[in-house]
Design a protein around this ligand. Structure first.
Ligand SMILES: [Zn+2]
Length: 67
């Protein structure tokens, strides 16, 4: 199971797609074990087509809520 800080969530409205490095992205031909940082710069959200800049790590949100 990936740590929250390794799972990135798409922040666009009505999307919320999660990039889990343990699962990869079959649609985008991203193999399992690929960290978000290691995705190609032109990778797009398979659900809404947003760029990597639209993603935030889950761990970041948790840290903000806990402080
Ligand atoms: Zn998306």
């Amino acid at each position: 199971m990936a740590k929250p800080e390794e799972i990135y969530q798409c922040q666009t409205t009505n999307c919320g797609y999660l990039h889990d490095p343990d699962r990869g992205d079959r649609k985008g031909k991203i193999p399992k074990g690929t960290r978000f940082e290691d995705l190609p710069d032109d990778w797009k959200c398979p659900v809404c087509g947003a760029s990597k800049k639209a993603f935030r790590p889950l761990g970041e949100a948790n840290a903000a809520a806990g402080s």
